[in-house]
Ligand binder design. Structure first.
Ligand code: GUN
Length: 303
């Protein structure tokens, strides 16, 4: 039995980060400015705290100016609004990332819509969502996880994805919907499946690329996969791992990796697949934002 190629997201992310670092140096030379990224964390969700810390660490590694703001979980919406307005007006800040989810008492879409679209490095502002939907990719800021998923699919299949059948499982604003737009822009035939979809298995069996972004451990079974397909597993689920000792946990994706790798042509692991790409693309977006805000062309070495 042949085994799928394991797509090394960590290595591809590291290469992307190196390119961004080189391009950032060229940008500094040309403009005299330093790209700046501000991350905002509200509350103490441990997973969110880890993500935000990693984003700050990588921003420093690529030579960006990095600001991290942490607010208590019970912060008033007004205080968060004031912080976003301050970061919008700060010329040293080119990118603003508000880690989601926000506490229930805060209106998430109000906060996202407050971020200046040109500083919205998550690509969640309706202006950027609209530009992506209209196919204006060169003017939009593109959500990081979907952009990373396309790069990983291309690492297995080559640059030309034209005509391939893509099944995206999950319809979130952060991953599923923007991923569908990006694969459509690559001339793929895109289907979005979700919790109400009838017979997901049959749809999966005709997918050349399957993107799983649901947040349900091991939901996609090995026998759903079309032989030779490329599987991009966006899920990051923490589950009990008694085999590692009492009370221990581990991370698994949305796909039954062990079963799927005996059928797929290529597959991303969890961890070490899509996760590292998200941060790499965030750095890319911050550089692009800084270039646009300074009227400088994005250095060719960035892509
Ligand atoms: N929470 C989960 N994924 C993301 C992301 O890509 N960006 C932000 N800001 N929050 C998230």
């Amino acid at each position: 039995m042949t085994e799928a190629k394991i797509i090394d997201g960590k290595a591809i992310a590291d290469a992307t980060i190196e390119k961004v670092a080189k391009a950032a140096a060229a940008f500094k030379e040309q403009s005299g400015a330093v790209p700046g990224l501000a991350t905002v964390l509200v509350g103490e969700n441990p997973a969110s705290a880890v993500y935000v810390r990693n984003k700050g660490r990588v921003a420093e590694r690529v030579g960006f100016h990095s600001i991290q703001k942490t607010l208590p979980a019970d912060v008033s919406e007004a205080k968060l609004v004031a912080l976003i307005e301050q970061l919008n007006d700060d010329s040293l800040v080119n990118g603003i990332l508000v880690q989601l989810p926000l506490p229930d008492h805060v209106n998430e879409s109000k906060i996202i819509e407050l971020i200046k679209p040109e500083k919205d490095v998550d690509g969640f502002h309706p202006i950027n969502v609209g530009r992506l939907g209209a196919g204006q990719l060169d003017q939009a800021l593109i959500p990081c996880t979907p952009a990373g998923s396309v790069i990983l699919a291309k690492s297995a299949l080559g640059e030309n994805l034209s005509g391939l059948n893509v099944l995206i499982i999950g319809r979130s604003n952060i991953v599923g919907k923007p991923a569908a737009q990006l694969f459509l822009a690559e001339h793929c035939t895109v289907t979005i499946a979700h919790s109400r979809t009838k017979d997901m298995e049959t749809l999966a069996k005709s997918a050349d690329i399957l993107v799983a972004a649901v947040g349900r451990p091991l939901m996609v079974q090995g026998n759903w996969i079309k032989p030779g397909a490329t599987v991009i597993d966006v899920g990051i689920n923490r589950v009990p791992a008694p085999e590692k000792g009492e009370g221990k946990t581990k991370l698994v994706g949305d796909v039954d990796f062990e079963a799927a790798k005996t059928v797929a042509g290529a597959i991303t692991p969890v961890p070490g697949g899509v996760g590292p790409m998200t941060i790499a693309l965030l750095m890319h977006n911050t550089l692009v934002a800084a270039c646009r805000q300074n009227g400088v062309a994005v250095p060719a070495s960035a892509t």
